[in-house]
Every structure is written in structure tokens, then in C-alpha cells.
Design a protein around this ligand. Structure first.
Ligand code: MG
Length: 321
């Protein structure tokens, strides 16, 4: 199932996405009918995406029965999609594709990188502006990433149980202030500051939809690409991750009790603008086919993050001085 959130006259509404059409979930629930108490429970399940996720398998199973309800369908082109959920938190991994490691200063980590993005003012939806604040950065970069949406709470989740805790998948653009993230030392090594490098308003475009795992035969075999003004920058596969989806769920659950509606972003492959930036230790010779030396994002740029089966997340850069 494909699930989206959209704006209906200022109200956030949830929808099932079928092809190019949306079915409003609450309208479908109302059209399906039932006893009053039952309807109240169902309506509460679908009040927002986190409630839907927290309802567990019963919520999605019920949605399969209402998808055929006799309600008007909306053309996706006629509605404003929002980020599909307000994540409680976004847990991020980095340095998780070999070719991204090769395009930047050398690292020797033995565990996944662990940082967070703060959703409150970071998350934006499809079509929204990524605001390039020049007081924050001169080097705004893109990172297309497969994002895991947690379904069931859990701590110390074994890798072979990870799938039970995953509600679905979406796309995140881990927009990065590269010159805040990376400081070069005189000896050529680098120091990371992932707080300011990864957190600023509009740093986390998310969407366009959440796709449940039954529609994704293998999350470790999805084509992933980034286009900036139509120019191919990243062109890869989630097969190239170092730590896969199950390992990341296990890893983050070592520290925190994962909650329904939390997001784990899985890192980005090679092809970032960083690769073409020797000032920050970039090593462009590894991917000369993909990255221009002037590849950081500029005002007016259109960025498309694309992952097979999930779709395309498109945003544009608006500069604020
Ligand atoms: Mg990233």
C-alpha cells in the first residue's frame, strides 16, 4: 500500500495512493460505515499518520477493505502533497555506501555513523522550498536516502526481527551544510560537526509517499538517483549499502526504544557535490562522470531524489541572505 498526506483546505488528510489517484482515508471510512463506536475507533486510527502506524497491522488491513469504497478519487496532480508524516525523530546513518566513503576524507569507522536531524522545522514535503540561508552555509549539498519508517516499538531488536518493526519506506533528502559539517585540519584530516552541518530549517525533505514492505520485494535492491536541473548526480542502488536496513534498525535500537513513526535514514551513496570539493577533502576523481566541480546547490535549482518503487521527491532551492 502507498500512503500519503495532503492538504485539504488547510487540514492535513491521509490518503491511499493508487496510480495517479488519491483516496481520502476518512471519506472512505465514513462511506464504508459501521456501528458508531466502531467508526469512532476507526476514525481515531486515521487521524494522522503516526496514529495509523501505531494502529499496527489491523490499521493497514482495514484500509485494504475501504480502498474500494465509493468515494470520489482525486488526481494526484490536483492536490498539494505534504511530508507523509511528522516523524518523532529522524535517526541518521552516514558513511554507509562504499563509493561515498571513497569521495571524501578517509574514515575508519567500525559501526554505522549516528546523528540526528530535528524534524520540527527541518521536515518539508514534496514541492516545498529548500531554503538556502547564506548565514548558515555557502556549500549546500544534497543526499538522496532510503528512509525507514518504524512501525512497532522495540529496543535491542535482533537483525532477523527487524522487519517486524518496519512500517514502510520513504525518501529523504539529507540536505547538508557541507562547510558546517566538515572542517579540515592542517594535516589534511577532518573534523565533523554533524549538529550544525545537518540541522537547519528545511534540511529534511521527506516523501512523496510511504510504501509498505509488501510492495517492496527487497529494500536492499532499489535503484536510487539524484537529478539537479535534470543533470544526473547520484546513480546507485541500495544494494551498495555497507550496513543494511535490518542492521541499522538493530544498531539504533541498541541506544533507544524505537517508536512508531520514527524515521531511520540510511545514508547516501557517492555523487554528492562534496566529491568535487578538494577544499573539504573531496576526491572527485572517483566519480568524474557524475559531479561537476561547481556542484553545490544554487538558487533556483530543482532537485529530484528518486528511489525505485517509492517515487520522486522534488524540491527547489530558494536563497535567503
Ligand atoms: Mg546523509
Amino acid at each position: 500500500m502507498r500512503l500519503a498526506r495532503y492538504d485539504r483546505a488547510g487540514e492535513d488528510r491521509l490518503a491511499i495512493v493508487e496510480g495517479d489517484e488519491l483516496i481520502d482515508i476518512l471519506d472512505a471510512v465514513d462511506a464504508t460505515g459501521g456501528y458508531y463506536s466502531e467508526m469512532a475507533e476507526k476514525r481515531a486510527w486515521f487521524a494522522d499518520m503516526t496514529s495509523l502506524i501505531a494502529a499496527g497491522p489491523a490499521g493497514v488491513e482495514y484500509l485494504q477493505t475501504v480502498a474500494d469504497a465509493n468515494v470520489a478519487r482525486m488526481a494526484q496532480a490536483d492536490v498539494k502533497l505534504l511530508a507523509p508524516l511528522d516523524p518523532g525523530i529522524i535517526l541518521c546513518s552516514g558513511e554507509n555506501y562504499w563509493d561515498h566513503r571513497e569521495e571524501k576524507p578517509e574514515v575508519t569507522a567500525k559501526e554505522p555513523e549516528f546523528f540526528i536531524k530535528i524534524p520540527a522545522t527541518g521536515v518539508i514535503g514534496p514541492g516545498d522550498d529548500i531554503v538556502w540561508d547564506t548565514k548558515v552555509t555557502q556549500k549546500l549539498d544534497y543526499e538522496t536516502e532510503l528512509a525507514i519508517v518504524i512501525g512497532k516499538a522495540g529496543r535491542h531488536i535482533a537483525e532477523d526481527k527487524a522487519a517486524e518493526h518496519i512500517f514502510g519506506f520513504t525518501i529523504m533528502n539529507d540536505v547538508t551544510a557541507r562547510d558546517r559539517q566538515v572542517k579540515m585540519r592542517p594535516d589534511g584530516s577532518c573534523q565533523y560537526a554533524l549538529g550544525p552541518g545537518k540541522n537547519f530549517d528545511t534540511c529534511a525533505p521527506l516523501g512523496p509517499v510511504i510504501v509498505t514492505p509488501d510492495e517492496i520485494s527487497d529494500p536492499q535492491n532499489l535503484a536510487l538517483s539524484t537529478l539537479v536541473n535534470g543533470e544526473l548526480r547520484q546513480n546507485n542502488s541500495t544494494a551498495k549499502m555497507i550496513w543494511g536496513v535490518a542492521e541499522l534498525v538493530h544498531f539504533f535500537s541498541t541506544f533507544l526504544t524505537l517508536q512508531p513513526g520514527w524515521v531511520i535514514s540510511t545514508g547516501t551513496p557517492g555523487g554528492t557535490a562534496w566529491a568535487a570539493d578538494p577544499e573539504l577533502g573531496g576526491r572527485p576523481y572517483e566519480r568524474p562522470d557524475l559531479v561537476r566541480a561547481s556542484g553545490y546547490l544554487q538558487a533556483g535549482d530543482q532537485v529530484i531524489c528518486r528511489i525505485e518503487t517509492i517515487g520522486e521527491l522534488q524540491n527547489q532551492i530558494v536563497r535567503r541572505d
